[in-house]
Design a protein around this ligand. Structure first.
Ligand code: ATP
Length: 199
């Protein structure tokens, strides 16, 4: 599995449709300060479902939509599509190529699609959750984040390592299972009360 291409349209400084094609291996993006290198990385996080405006270096979510320049009017929507090569079947879906798209309108709300079919954020998160990429998985290390990791307490640092090792998804599943167990216990208690009342 590898990232094959990324298309941005109306996302941050990328007003016109721009496609970046990646090959397997290492890709370097070079350019002058302020030319949009970090915006490309923001687009990657965003299309995979990032919900935090701060993580995307903005004040509010709509800040990802092209805000206009002296020569070009602002746009009403941002769109990003990420195509992943899935010939090794790393993503649990019957396609050798998977395109995840996210669109946001200035009026608010995000729409997602997987291979052109409308999808929910949860579908995108579940599709990516076992692959080692996706939100909260520390696959994207932002500028200054290395300092944070180096200065973190041993407990916090262990958290980063656990997440990188793929423990996060199991912890989340455990939390979900414990919540279900709690809910079941409440139902059992209620049932015991009812049985006691009937007797
Ligand atoms: P550096 O090397 O300094 O880190 P960079 O190449 O990573 O720079 P970015 O931070 O990706 O640059 O891009 C910053 C540019 O993107 C700024 O010129 C900013 O005005 C522009 N920009 C950010 N959001 C928007 C938006 N919503 N609409 C238009 N332009 C935007």
């Amino acid at each position: 599995m590898y990232l094959k291409s990324l298309t941005l349209r109306g996302f941050k400084s990328f007003a016109s449709a721009t496609t970046l094609n990646f090959e397997p291996g290492i890709t370097c993006v070079v350019g002058p300060n302020g030319s949009g290198k970090s915006n490309v990385v923001d687009a990657l996080s965003w299309v995979m479902g990032e919900q935090g405006a701060k993580t995307l270096r903005g004040g509010k979510m709509e800040d990802v939509i092209f805000a206009g320049t002296t020569g070009r009017a602002p746009l009403g929507r941002a769109e990003v599509s990420l195509t992943i090569d899935n010939t090794d079947g790393a993503l649990p879906i019957e396609y050798t190529e998977v395109t995840i798209s996210r669109t946001m309108f200035r009026s608010g709300g995000s729409e997602y699609a997987i291979n052109g079919n409308p999808a929910r954020l949860l579908d995108v998160q579940e599709l990516l959750s076992d692959s080692g990429i996706g939100r909260e998985m520390h696959v994207i290390v932002g500028q200054g984040q290395l300092d944070t990791i180096l200065q973190a307490t041993p407990e916090v640092r262990r958290g980063f390592i656990e997440e990188a090792a793929g423990v996060l998804k199991h912890r989340k599943r455990k939390e979900k299972a414990l919540r279900k167990l709690d809910a079941t216990q409440v139902n059992l208690d209620r049932l015991a009360d009812l049985v006691a009342e009937i007797r």
